[in-house]
Design a protein around this ligand. Sequence first.
Ligand SMILES: Nc1nc2c(ncn2[C@@H]2O[C@H](COP(=O)(O)OP(=O)(O)OP(=O)(O)O)[C@@H](O)[C@H]2O)c(=O)[nH]1
Length: 333
Amino acid sequence: MKRAKKILQYQQNEFSVLNKSALWLGNVALVFITPFAINNFINGPLNVAVASFIVTAVFLFNTFTVLVWKKYYSNISFFVLSPVILLFCYFSIPAQGIIGVLWSFPGIICFYYLLPERQAWLINIVAIVLCTYLSFNTFDHGLALRISATLSLISAFTAVSIRQINKQQFALHRLAITDSLTGLYNRSTLNDLLNDIIDSHHKMADNSHLMTIDIDHFKKINDQFGHDQGDEVLTTIGHSIRNTVKDYGIVFRYGGEEFIVVIEELPWEKTKRLAEQIRLAVSEINMFPELKVSVSIGLSRLKPKMTRIDWIRESDRNLYTAKKQGRNQVISS
Ligand SMILES: Nc1nc2c(ncn2[C@@H]2O[C@H](COP(=O)(O)OP(=O)(O)OP(=O)(O)O)[C@@H](O)[C@H]2O)c(=O)[nH]1
């Protein structure tokens, strides 16, 4: 299930916060930095000029890769841009004095927008220590102390803001891919995953199977015990399915009282046994003494040339047969 897990991971989002900020920071930086880089080449010391040229080139590279290849290489920012910005500070503070210090402020902030959080913290600590050391060697101690304090404050404020943004982004992403009642993945996430599996199925033969699971006589539960109890049953059965499936597959709430399980890399016979285990586990749930809950399951293996719709339809047909034949059973094809 490695591929499925990859799709669901927040970090794998095609356009994550990091990509977008790399793009916009690149655009803004190119407008603001390029004239100073050119000026440094004409008038400034050579080492400062070379460093500012490399910084500009990396921003240009980031903008290009995000815009054209739809991919952001944060390692380039970590292994190339960060050391060059540090070198820039190292050269420019002694050579240009307070002008060099002024450049270190946007440098400190941009690490948070270009690097994964922990890398940004690491580079920030190094940058603050370096700038503090250079300031004490270049300016009087009163000014050096103020430079160190303001750089640390800017770094801390940015770290707090980025933490909040990342937390909210993560929460939003979870909301978008899951069902709020059961916490299982939702239907739109299922569609993305099935499309991905079908795309790669055309390239390599793998064991991909789909189970459509429907709670039997669910209307009766709602009518007899109320909607809140009905919700409770949905959640309990959803979790029971997830506990039985474990790492063999991913469970989705497809809608209403219907769940779908996507299984990858599991032989057909084992998948049939797994479906049977799910059915048994649900039938052993004891929520109401006077009413047994059960599920019917339609199981379908992915065949050549099947589309997502065909695949779901076949498993739905099997579910329908299971219902027609008396419910609480598994039908597969
Ligand atoms: N409590 C609750 N009920 C829901 C939810 N979504 C759908 N339902 C109910 O699920 C019931 C589905 O009923 P039917 O489609 O007739 O199916 P059934 O009673 O399960 O009968 P069979 O599927 O034929 O065994 C309806 O009463 C819906 O109102 C939900 O989120 N919470």
